[in-house]
Design a protein around this ligand. Sequence first.
Ligand code: ADE
Length: 236
Amino acid sequence: MRFDILTIFPGALDGLFSVGVIGQARAAGAIEIECHDLRDYTDDPHRVVDDRPYGGGAGMVMKVEPFVRAIEAIRGRVGGHVRTVLLSPQGRLFRQADAARWAALDGLILLCGRYEGVDERVLAFVDEEVSIGDYVLTGGEVAAAAIVEATARMTPGVVGRFDSVESDSFYDAPRLGAPQYTRPPEFRGLTVPEVLLSGDHAKIEGWREREAWKKTAKNRPDLLGMRPEAGERDDG
Ligand code: ADE
């Protein structure tokens, strides 16, 4: 599985992609990640990637040509089943199911926008337009990093014990993961639930299942089809 990221800041994610599970997976050859400088796909001496919006208005819009040249160049090099995704706050919400679906691909090309947005004609050259949440970032790079992480850890050979992926929030049901504890057994009067110290695996599984649903009802009632007001709100 390989990830090709198109950005005007190709060095921005180097640190993140060099450490932890992702860094190890790259070193082991389970995944490849390449960040491409969008300016390498311009054809003017100033390597311009943006321009003023038609119709007027504040800010600049990212031009269509560099993105399309880059997509075509990468698609020419990377064979197999590849999907191209534009990251933007106007996209549909990215979910765990997308990560699972994309993890089965040979390649994912991620386009990061900046400025006020991307020329809408870029959409004619991509498969999907995706947002990571209902907030506006200064660019798509952080969104691309989130998608690489979520997708890579669903790729076989990336997370050592796949049962740790299976116990994730959202893995097989629209609900959050169960609470976890580690040593010490008591910290400032806060204790670990007895059941986790019991060694009774059936009881522990039952407790985790119940706690996972409780946490979901509290923090994400929308996942259970409840109105957010139905859960405990903790605004502020
Ligand atoms: N670019 C700016 N905001 C974004 C978001 N919420 N998701 C994806 N890309 C973005």
